[in-house]
Structures are given as C-alpha cells and as structure tokens.
Design a protein around this ligand. Structure first.
Ligand code: HPA
Length: 280
C-alpha cells in the first residue's frame, strides 16, 4: 500500500521542537549530529543531560528498524553543546523523502548552528580500502525525489536553493587537517546516494564510478539537503566499511560493515573528537 505523501508547514515542526524545548529548558545545542555505523558510540559517551525518545515527541518519526535505539541524546561532548540522534531514518525504512527533513528542521528550530552527518559507505574508488575514511566533498543523488518536494516551507529557506558549497569547505579542510596523526587514511571524495536497502549491483557500481563517485551509501544526502536549504553548515564523514559490489571478489554483507567498524572504532572516535574540538 502506498501511503499518501505528507504535507507539512512550519507549525508541524514547531510542535516537535517545542516539546523538546520544554524538556531541555535553557540548554542550547550548538552542534547537531546524525551518526552512522562506526561513530554511533558517540551517543553513548557524550555527557548526556537529556535523553528524549523519538516516540515521545509529537509529530516526530518513529524508528522502524527493530532493535535500534531511537532517541535524541543531548549534552556536552568535547566541551561543545550537542544534540545527537541515536538512531536515524532512511528512505529504505519506508519513509517519504519529505519526512526525512523532519529531524534536521526540528534541530534547526532548537538552535543548532552546524550539522555533522556520518555514515558507513562502500568504497567505489578503487584506490580506497576498507576501514578508511572519506570526508564528503560533494554528492550525487539521482533518486528522483527530494526532502523539499511539495509546498515549500518558506521559514526553512528558498524553494530553489544553491548546493554549490553544501559540504562546508572550511569544515572539510579542518577534517582533513585533523587526519594527521590519527592513524586513519582519510580521503576527500564524492558520495553517491543509493536508495537501497539492497547493496548495489557490480554494474551499478561501475556506473557510479564513471559518474564520478568515490563512495556509495544509503543515507546522509536527504538530511544534508534539508540542512543546506535552511542555511546550516554541514560536515559529512563516510567510514569506508567495505569495498562496493564487484570491486572485491567477495559478496558484501551487513556483518562485514559492522565488523570493520568495530575494528577501528577507537581510532574513529579519537579522530572525531579532534574534529569537534577544532571546528569553529
Ligand atoms: N553500498 C551501499 N551502502 C553501504 C555500503 C555499500 O557498499 N556499505 C555500507 N553502506
């Protein structure tokens, strides 16, 4: 069954934000974080002042993935006031693209000034290796939908907005500089959004490579677009959890993604912490 496309206005998002404000009071989150495999642990190690389950927030999305935590963790990390999404939403879960704007717009209404989005991704660039990192310089999304489809919510920005510097150049530079001494190989490259949930075919990966992709994954881009429209600077970080389909002779598995993430988790966490300290 196809559910009708939802239509939201600013009041819709304010209802979620006002509920959260009622809990956090004077606490003002500066950095929003949507963290994927490899860096999810940040939500466990931040000095949490408030934990707010998504299911309690009016008009918010509810995690559909079984066993996944679905909550905002709000507190301080590396001396910065942060709001971290522990559990995120994907189009392959069955959400409309339009719904994927909700978390970012709610965090914007809470006053965040910057957004960091991380993910696990497959390496498309044959010079990459599993357990490396790619700072996202740009993206390609050919899936014909957008979180901004439908009536424009003018309070969040222009109908037609520029994405030339979506992944904030200053943040990219800092993230690349922080790689020094991290023990990680850090690249900068183009992220290809693939709707999933199946992994790509080898032919699709060859096509992605011809089109200019360096890594491929199923998240990040809807949120990054929502952030770009409302003027939030974005840092995107991909953890290369595996080589994409057809690059290595082995089939890709969700287990490989998890195992590789576990292997380098301490290095990733230390690298991430350094970036947070260095951001303006
Ligand atoms: N493809 C798409 N998404 C992914 C991959 C991949 O190879 N690895 C982790 N997320």
């Amino acid at each position: 069954m196809v559910t009708p496309r939802p239509v939201f206005d600013v009041e819709y998002y304010k209802k979620s934000a006002d509920y959260i404000k009622g809990i956090i009071g004077d606490f003002k989150p500066e950095i929003g974080m949507i963290l994927g495999t490899g860096l999810g642990k940040v939500a466990e190690i931040i000095d949490a002042k408030f934990v707010i389950p998504y299911k309690d927030i009016p008009n918010f999305l509810v995690s559909k993935a079984p066993g996944h935590k679905g909550q905002f963790v709000i507190g301080t990390y590396e001396g910065r006031n942060c709001i971290v999404m522990q559990g995120r939403f994907h189009s392959y879960d069955g959400y409309h693209f339009e719904e994927l704007s909700i978390p970012v717009r709610v965090m914007k209404l809470l006053g965040i000034e910057k957004l960091i989005i991380t993910n696990a991704a497959g390496g498309v660039n044959t010079g990459y290796h599993p357990c490396e990192v790619m700072i996202i310089s740009d993206h390609i999304k050919f899936t014909g939908s957008s979180p901004m489809r439908g009536p424009n919510v003018d309070e969040f920005g222009d109908r037609f907005f520029d994405t030339t510097k979506l992944y904030t150049p200053e943040y990219r530079k800092i993230a690349v500089e922080c790689a020094e001494g991290s023990g990680l190989n850090v690249h900068e490259g183009v992220y290809f959004f693939y709707a999933g949930p199946q992994f790509e075919t080898p032919a699709e990966i060859r096509a992605e490579r011809i089109l200019g992709a360096d890594a491929t994954g199923m998240s990040t881009v809807p949120e990054a677009l929502a952030a770009a429209q409302c003027g939030l600077p974005v840092l995107g970080i991909s953890f290369i959890s595996n080589m994409a389909a057809g690059v290595s002779p082995y089939p890709i598995s969700g287990e490989e993604v998890e195992e590789n993430a576990k292997k380098v988790e301490p290095l990733l966490l230390a690298y991430f912490g350094k970036i947070i300290r260095a951001l303006p």
